[in-house]
Design a protein around this ligand. Structure first.
Ligand SMILES: C[S@@+](CC[C@H](N)C(=O)[O-])C[C@H]1O[C@@H](n2cnc3c(N)ncnc32)[C@H](O)[C@@H]1O
Length: 282
């Protein structure tokens, strides 16, 4: 560990658990582990792979979508760091893989601070393993549920990130589609954005069925019904609502590969079922 490290791992105590295996539930597909499988990772179990294969059989574009989402995350974080944002609140972190938020941000701003939050214990185990050896700046990992924004805002690591009054980037990459309408996703995002200092940003990506035949689009959520979190795909207008009150940066809400691409356009870009955008709070 360097002097700059401040890796706080309070998820066990926060969750009141002493054994991470308590709810790893390898027999039930977990979205984080299915996503890891789409990305070619090894941190998944047979149940995750079987469910992920069902989704891939419905749409081979899902793997491309996962990769496009990950690439959008990196471009958006890099852009925000280049704009001088040094504080990142990353909710729905995912199992660490190449180009994580802290690595991408700290490549631009070495002292960038990141608070990672996820509700899946396996994500927290892997994040701890990664950060124990590799992080600079202040990077924290906590267990939290996006559906409980009050608890997120009361988290000491989140408070430390917000209380300095400097702009913060709230990152909600590929996580809001796991928040059902009944759990008030719009109220949740508003509560979090309201707590950000002026000049802060919201960057998000969200699965959509806008480019699929409606009957086909319904099949993806059906597979996730056996998983630990349900999939709620939303239309472009429904995703745009998350940016209410914010100034949407150019090029607006577009498919993930179309957000400030750093490679030549591909014909599949317009069909990738992930809406992506970044908004700024005045
Ligand atoms: C598809 S992965 C996205 C990972 C990363 N943000 C990315 O875009 O590469 C979704 C993540 O959201 C987490 N997640 C799902 N529902 C959540 C909730 N209600 N609260 C916090 N995290 C959640 C899952 O555990 C998983 O790690």
């Amino acid at each position: 560990m360097t002097d700059h490290q401040d890796v706080s791992l309070d998820w066990m105590s926060a969750a009141g658990e002493d054994r991470p295996s308590a709810d790893l539930r390898p027999e039930i597909p977990h979205p984080a582990r299915m996503y890891d499988y789409y990305l070619g990772g090894k941190d998944n179990f047979p149940a995750d792979r079987a469910a992920a294969e069902q989704v891939l059989a419905l749409s081979p574009l899902v793997r491309l979508s996962a990769m496009a989402n990950r690439a959008f995350l990196q471009r958006a974080v890099r852009h925000l760091a280049e704009a001088g944002v040094g504080r990142f609140l990353d909710i729905g972190t995912g199992i660490p893989t190449a180009g994580n938020t802290h690595e991408t941000a700290q490549a631009v701003l070495p002292d960038a601070r990141v608070a990672y939050l996820d509700n899946d214990p396996i994500v927290l185990v892997h994040s701890r393993a990664l950060l124990a050896g590799a992080s600079r700046g202040t990077v924290t990992v906590s267990r939290a549920d996006l559906r409980d924004p009050a608890a997120i805002l009361a988290d000491p690591d989140v408070r430390a990130l917000l209380d300095a009054g400097e702009p913060v980037a709230l990152l909600l990459f590929a996580v809001l589609h796991f928040v059902d309408g009944a759990d008030d996703p719009y109220g949740t995002v508003k509560q979090l954005v309201d707590a950000l200092p002026p000049g802060s940003y919201l960057a998000l990506s969200h699965a959509t069925g806008d480019f699929a035949d409606p009957a086909e689009a319904a099949k993806g959520p059906a597979v996730y019904r056996s998983a630990t979190a349900q999939l709620s795909m939303r239309t472009k207008d429904e995703v745009l609502r998350f940016f209410d009150g914010l100034e949407l940066l150019e090029p607006g809400l577009v498919t993930a590969p179309q957000w400030r691409p750093d490679r030549a356009a591909d014909p599949t870009d317009a069909e990738i079922g992930i809406w992506a955008g970044v908004g700024r709070k005045a």
